[in-house]
Write a protein that binds this ligand. Structure first.
Ligand code: SAM
Length: 391
């Protein structure tokens, strides 16, 4: 029995069944034994876009520079990254931003908000010399808040519908095993959530409600004075997220490089994640002045920022076959229609700044294709394919 499972069993014996959100918070974020707090599995059990290929961060650097320019190139400009993971996004984004725009790099204040002490330590080593700061969400942000696979990692409540009534699913112990049981909702916010996103769940439906995401987006919106929130994650607008075809919910567990649907197994040793409801981010964000500026597929977002131009550039360089294939395959996966390319990117804006960002409009796409011979392509393993290498 894992030590965290023992702790969960003791907690249930002392205080009764736990909401699934409370269980998930312990499983992922118990300060010593939670999956993210230990930090061991991330980058091993699953791979996020920035870990797959540094071009993801490099393209986001282009988006960040666009934001800085649209704020009229302020002398200081903050990027807040929520949930820094292994530090791969910050590493590739800052490196490329320094290369593309030394002036934006001088203005940049890059802050990571990371709950896991182990991951913060790992990030500090990986990002040494890149000028990154760590801390909570600043009281006032002028710039960009980035959330890549952040909201899907927040603890969710599990709910179901029985005899026409919304019920909540709790974690309890029966015959020494962890089990899910139904009970009355622990909070009226669960029913209110479905009213607000305009969804009525059919009988027997089981799904997740991410109340932590509604709280987080409101906190972010209150902090943001001028700028944008860019959220990249798997999920859907509410009508699709809670569509009858997803009647068993979206909760997925990652352990040892494979996925499963048993969230009560390997307590603290597997990742638990649920699809994001983008309608909720948009509605609760609107409460604090965040206006949606676009919702596009990651595939479109990255292509708008020049992914095709970089692929062309890569194809034209005299790399050895293995390097070429390895990089081409990873970059293609970032935009794969059946994989990461299906993720959604939500832009939200506040403070009277321009709506149109290059990632959503595609205004830079043609120019970057024309300039492809001059692009420096980041490669797996840390190197670059420099322009002119084939001349
Ligand atoms: C799925 S990982 C994504 C990591 C990274 N953004 C990436 O794309 O590789 C989720 C990250 O969010 C962090 N996290 C979760 N809840 C958090 C919170 N409330 N505040 C700050 N970080 C949090 C986790 O520790 C982890 O680093």
């Amino acid at each position: 029995m894992s030590p965290l499972r023992e702790m969960v069993v003791a907690e249930i014996a002392a205080h009764g069944p736990l909401t699934f959100a409370k269980f998930m918070a312990l499983a992922l974020y118990h300060p010593a034994l939670g999956y993210y707090s230990r930090g061991a599995g991330i980058g091993r059990d699953f791979h996020t876009s920035p870990e797959l290929h540094p071009l993801f961060g490099a393209l986001l650097a282009r988006q960040v520079i666009d934001c800085w320019e649209k704020l009229d190139r302020p002398a200081t400009f903050t990027v807040v990254e929520l949930g820094g993971g292994t530090g791969s996004l910050a590493a590739s984004l800052i490196t490329e931003l320094r290369h593309l725009s030394p002036a934006a790099a001088t203005a940049l204040r890059y802050r990571i908000v990371e709950t896991s002490a182990a991951l913060r330590a790992r990030q500090r080593v990986r990002l040494a010399g890149l000028g990154v700061h760590w801390g909570g969400l600043p009281r006032v942000v002028e710039g960009v808040v980035l959330a890549n696979e952040f909201f899907d990692a927040l603890p969710v409540h599990l709910v179901t519908v029985r005899d026409g009534h919304l019920r909540e699913r709790y974690v309890t112990v029966e015959a020494d095993a962890l089990r899910l049981v139904d009970g009355p909702p622990s909070t009226p916010l669960l029913a209110a959530y479905f009213r607000r996103v305009g969804v009525t769940l059919p009988e027997g439906y089981q799904t997740e409600v991410n109340l932590a995401a509604t709280r987080a987006i409101r906190r972010i919106g209150r902090s943001l004075r001028r700028g944008w929130v860019i959220t990249i994650d798997y999920g859907y607008p509410a009508a699709q997220r809670y569509h009858p075809e997803r009647a068993a919910g979206t909760l997925t567990c990652y352990h040892g490089g494979t996925f499963n649907y048993d969230p009560l197994a390997w307590v603290g040793e597997q990742d638990l994640t649920a699809h994001v409801d983008f309608t909720a981010l948009s509605r609760w964000g609107a409460d604090v002045g965040l206006q949606p500026v676009g919702l596009v597929l990651q595939r479109e977002f990255l292509r708008n920022l020049g992914l095709d131009a970089y692929l062309h550039a890569l194809g034209a360089r005299p790399l050895d076959l293995a390097t070429w294939e390895w990089n081409r395959e990873a970059i293609t996966q970032l935009a794969a229609p059946g994989g990461l390319g299906r993720f959604l990117v939500l832009g939200q804006v506040k403070g009277g700044v321009p709506f149109a960002l290059e990632g959503f409009t595609g205004e830079a796409r043609g120019r970057l294709l024309r300039e492809r011979d001059r692009l420096r392509v980041p490669l797996l393993g840390g190197g670059y394919s420099e322009p002119g290498a084939n001349e």
